[in-house]
Design a binder for this molecule. Structure first.
Ligand SMILES: N[C@@H](CCC(=O)N[C@@H](CS)C(=O)NCC(=O)O)C(=O)O
Length: 211
């Protein structure tokens, strides 16, 4: 197979929208490089013009250039066999990945737009969202969202749950399947090594320092 040549370009040194991609790359034993573009450089506008939606992050796999963090995950899902074993599983994986994205979007809105005024209400409402994923994981005995092996949607859910545990350390206490999902993924050796690394630990979760 051709040499793999993965490069992430980001706006901020943060977990942010590349969190799940990094966890997935780690677990799949894939090395990657990162370039953080500083604010001054970004404001010049030259790089922005080359970005399909005028935004980062950008993911490059050799000659393939992608924008949209969930497209990175889908690409890696196809490349590493983490996109289900048939069309039906793939469709369900897409569905759950979009469900995770809805939660991530709510989280980011709270973090960036209403942290001071909306954090408590967000945490109070959180079980209403987490219970949906709890039900899926409780039903699918493999410990993964779909089928019997890990998919990109699992990495995405895992990353969102880690960030929510920082926001509200007890948020998974009444969800045994989510708790065990987080424990299982955290214990996968390559994920554990990544989460224990300085590269990960030095990163703030969000670019504005709120978490
Ligand atoms: N839906 C996109 C969102 C990307 C996004 O929000 N990028 C922001 C910060 S990470 C950005 O590039 N902001 C700078 C700008 O819009 O000029 C994704 O998932 O990748």
């Amino acid at each position: 197979s051709p040499p793999l040549n993965d490069l992430l370009t980001l706006c901020h040194a943060e977990v942010g929208r590349c969190g799940a991609t990094r966890i997935m790359l780690s677990d799949q034993g894939q090395e990657w490089k990162e370039i953080v573009v500083n604010f001054e450089e970004w404001m010049k506008g030259d790089l922005k013009k080359t970005c399909v939606f005028g935004q980062l992050p950008k993911f490059e796999d050799g000659d393939l250039v992608l924008f949209q963090s969930n497209a990175f995950l889908r690409h890696l899902g196809r490349r590493h066999g983490a996109y289900g074993k048939n069309d039906c599983e793939a469709a369900h994986i897409d569905m759950f990945a979009d469900g995770v994205e809805d939660l991530r979007t709510k989280y980011l809105k709270m973090i960036y737009q209403e942290y001071e005024t909306g954090k408590d209400a967000y945490i109070k409402d959180l079980p209403n969202h987490l219970c949906k994923f709890e039900a899926v994981l409780a039903k699918n005995k493999s410990g993964f969202l779909v089928g019997d092996s890990i998919s990109f949607a699992d990495y995405s859910l895992f990353e969102v749950l880690l960030n929510h545990q920082v926001l509200s350390p007890t948020c998974l206490d009444s969800f045994p399947a989510l708790n065990s999902f987080v424990a299982t993924l955290s214990a996968r050796p390559k994920i554990k090594a990544f989460l224990d690394s300085e590269d990960y630990k030095k990163l703030p979760i969000n670019g504005n320092g709120k978490q």
